[in-house]
Design a protein around this ligand. Structure first.
Ligand code: ADP
Ligand code: MG
Length: 249
C-alpha cells in the first residue's frame, strides 16, 4: 500500500449509487473531503444521510461507484475491513456501548483487539481519552449508570481510541435530553479545532456555524447544496433547503 500524500483527499466518493430494493437512496453522489475539513450534513428524514455515513465505513455496501478513504478503496472483508473501521470512527445516535462492559473496557477493547496494544498501554491511553472527554471519574462504571451525555462522550472516546483518520457522527445529540447536548457538542468542537476530519449529520445550527467548514444539504438521496454554513443558513438557494430551514429554525 502506498502512503497517501497530504493532498490526497481523506474521503473521495465517486458516482455512488445505493439502492435498497427498488428504493434509490443515494443518487450519483460525488464528494471529496480534504483532510482536516469539518462537514455538517443536513436534510429531511429519509434523505439518505445515515446511509451516506454507513457506506463510508462499509456498514452498507454501495450499489455502484467507488469510495476511497485516504486514497485506498474500501476493503471487502477480513483484517483490512477491521482496520478501515478503525480508521473511520463512527458515533451513532444511540450510543451503542457494550452494556455488560465498564466504560474503560468499552474504550480499550478495540485497541487491544485491532491495534494489538498491550492491556496496560490501552488502559493508559483509554484513561487519557476519558479525561479528554471529561468522564475519567466514570471509567469503572457501566453504561447504564451514566447519563446520556456521558455515554455519548464515552462512545466518542471509544472511537478515538482506534486513532481514526476521520470521524463520522450520525445525529449524535438527537437522543439526548436538551441539557446534555452542549457537553457533547463541546467535545466535537474541540476535535474539530484539533484538525480532525469530520462528517457530522446534525441539525444543531450552533455547532454548524461554529465548527463546520462546509454544509451539505441532502434531499431524496442527492446533495442539493454544498456550501458554507453562513451561506446555507442565510441564503439557501434551493426551494427544498428553504422549506427545510423553515421547519427547523
Ligand atoms: P436519513 O438518515 O436521512 O433519515 P436514511 O439514510 O436512514 O435517511 O434512509 C434513506 C432511505 O433509505 C429511507 O427511505 C429509509 O427508509 C431507507 N432505508 C434505510 N436503511 C434501509 C435498509 N436497511 N433497508 C431498506 N431501506 C432502508
Ligand atoms: Mg438518519
Amino acid at each position: 500500500m502506498t502512503e497517501a500524500s497530504t493532498d490526497t483527499p481523506m474521503i473521495r466518493v465517486s458516482a455512488v449509487d445505493k439502492y435498497f430494493g427498488s428504493l434509490h437512496v443515494l443518487s450519483d453522489i460525488d464528494l471529496e473531503i480534504p483532510r482536516g475539513q469539518v462537514v455538517v450534513v443536513l436534510g429531511p428524514s429519509g434523505s439518505g444521510k445515515s446511509t451516506l455515513c454507513r457506506v463510508l465505513n462499509r456498514l452498507e455496501v454501495v450499489s455502484s461507484g467507488s469510495i476511497l478513504v485516504d486514497g485506498v478503496p474500501l476493503p471487502e472483508e477480513g483484517r483490512a475491513l477491521a482496520e478501515l473501521r478503525a480508521d473511520v470512527g463512527m458515533v451513532f445516535q444511540q450510543f451503542n456501548l457494550f452494556a455488560h462492559k465498564s466504560i474503560i473496557d468499552n474504550v480499550t477493547l478495540g485497541p487491544v483487539k485491532v491495534r494489538k496494544l498491550g492491556k496496560d498501554e490501552a488502559r493508559e491511553e483509554g484513561m487519557r481519552l476519558l479525561r479528554r472527554v471529561g468522564i475519567a471519574d466514570q471509567a469503572e462504571k457501566y453504561p447504564a449508570q451514566l447519563s446520556g451525555g456521558q455515554q455519548q462522550r464515552a462512545a466518542i472516546a471509544r472511537a478515538l481510541a482506534m486513532r481514526p483518520k476521520v470521524m463520522l457522527f450520525d445525529e449524535p445529540t438527537s437522543a439526548l435530553d436538551p441539557e446534555m447536548v452542549s457537553e457533547v457538542l463541546e467535545v466535537m468542537a474541540d476535535l474539530a479545532e484539533e484538525g480532525m476530519t469530520m462528517l457530522v449529520v446534525s441539525h444543531e445550527m450552533g455547532f454548524a456555524r461554529r465548527a463546520a467548514h462546509r454544509v451539505l444539504f441532502m434531499a431524496d438521496g442527492e446533495v442539493v447544496e454544498d456550501t458554507t454554513p453562513r451561506r446555507f443558513f442565510e441564503e439557501p438557494e434551493s426551494d427544498r433547503a428553504k422549506d427545510f430551514l423553515g421547519k427547523i429554525l
